[in-house]
Design a protein around this ligand. Structure first.
Ligand code: FMN
Length: 394
């Protein structure tokens, strides 16, 4: 069957891992009639702003405080320059990465994000359908149950855990996620209390009727009575008492690898290894909790240096281009996660929108590899950057 130019363009994001860079001979194109203007992740953001409710837009796009870190997360990538090699045979690219004994076709995952029914009627189910080769990390606060999501994704998902003050409930939830087929447990450790979000306060953010938290069904928040009544800052769904001691307990609940999400400080990275974590995610929660943290790509090198290959390091925050993925891998990440971009894809085009966002990022990453003369992820180190970290520190 002849392939149309439009189909070829759409499918160009689906080059199989390890396959020759022969763009039109690729897997099925997404079916959505997405506007032709959506060729970059930034295009999805622009369109999402037009199409989403004001409530959803403020919730998703907003950051903590004055949103300085939100801006820095992006700007820090823009400042890093690439150092290409020429006359390298790049006719075959290998984007595969091995994480916890499983081979992923590409080093891109979908970061956990709560309440996806805010932007699409099918919510997380549409994301699960659209994720394709990207692993979906399912939020504790998902608006669809972990079981329904795990039954829909192509790759088994990972589960993100907000430890609940009710530890019995937390244990049952971890076991539920494992029984549903999740392949890793991502414990978010940067959110003992909710973040400072002025945009949500201004718009009086509230979940519209019909949007629920099925993973937390049956949870009684009575267990939060330990919280001091005089401090307004607490929320019964987050555990302000969570400490390093609990990591061992969490590990005892499951056979799954336990990753800690939200590590920025190299000393914490070291403690993560010592506490038996299987991996860390360098994250400032998409700058949604506290402002003036450093950009994650700035924090990554010191964390990676401290961990020194003992466990995998992943990173999220501000990744919007294939070149950003390459830079993160060059600075020590084994894989990256994206948050807002796929939510914008979901809002604009449901499962097909998510699929296109992943496809665009994948294609851009493959192009970045080819155009810097790197054919496999193992070749991505500081030599791919114009100024190495050591030179910068001098
Ligand atoms: C709307 C939204 C909801 C989020 N919900 C969660 C969540 O439930 N659990 C969590 O660990 N992180 C959550 N995050 C943070 C993301 O997992 C991720 O760290 C962040 O979005 C990455 O930055 P980026 O959006 O710039 O790609 C959320 C982020 C957004 C934008």
């Amino acid at each position: 069957m002849a392939i149309t130019r439009r189909k070829a363009l759409l499918s160009a994001g689906s080059v199989l891992a390890g396959a020759a860079l022969d763009l039109p001979k690729t897997t099925a194109a997404p079916q959505a009639d997405l506007p032709a203007s959506t060729v970059s992740l930034g295009d999805f953001e622009l369109l999402a702003r037009e199409r989403m409710t004001a409530m959803a837009w403020e919730y998703i796009s907003g950051g903590a405080g004055d949103e300085l870190t939100l801006r820095w997360n992006r700007e820090a990538y823009d400042r890093i320059k690439l150092k290409p090699r020429v006359l390298v045979d790049v006719s075959r690219l290998d984007t595969r990465v091995n994480l916890f004994g499983r081979e992923l076709p590409l080093p891109i995952l979908l970061a956990p994000a709560a309440y996806q029914k805010l932007v699409h009627a099918d919510g997380e189910l549409a994301t699960a359908k659209g994720a394709g080769a990207a692993i979906m990390v399912v939020s504790t606060m998902a608006s669809v149950s972990i079981e329904d999501i795990a039954a829909t994704t192509k790759q088994p998902p990972w589960f993100q855990l907000y430890v609940q003050p009710d530890r019995g409930f937390t244990k049952a939830l971890v076991q539920r996620a494992e029984a549903a087929g999740c392949q890793a447990l991502v414990v978010t450790v940067d959110t003992p209390i909710p973040g400072l979000r002025n945009r949500e306060e201004r718009i009086k953010f509230a979940l519209p009727p019909g949007i629920e938290r099925p993973n937390l069904k049956g949870l009684s928040t009575a267990g939060s009575s330990h919280l001091p009544k005089e401090n307004e800052i607490y929320n019964a769904l987050f555990d302000a008492r969570l400490t390093w001691k609990d990591v061992e307990w969490l590990r005892s609940l499951t056979k799954l690898p336990v990753l800690l999400k939200g590590v920025l400080n190299p000393d914490d990275a070291d403690l993560a290894v010592k506490s038996g974590a299987a991996g860390v995610i360098v994250s400032n929660h998409g700058s949604r909790n506290i402002d003036t943290l450093p950009a994650t790509i700035e924090a990554l090198p010191a964390v990676a240096a401290k961990i020194a290959g003992r466990i995998p390091v992943l990173v999220d925050g501000g990744i919007r281009r294939g070149t950003d993925v390459l830079k993160a891998l060059a600075l020590g990440a084994k894989a990256v996660l994206i948050g807002r971009p796929y939510l914008y894809g979901l809002g604009v085009g449901g499962a097909d929108g998510v699929n296109r966002v992943v496809g665009i990022l994948r294609r851009e990453f493959e192009m970045a590899m080819a155009l810097t003369g790197r054919t496999s992820i193992a070749e991505l180190g500081e030599s791919a950057l114009w100024q190495s970290q050591q030179e910068k520190n001098r």
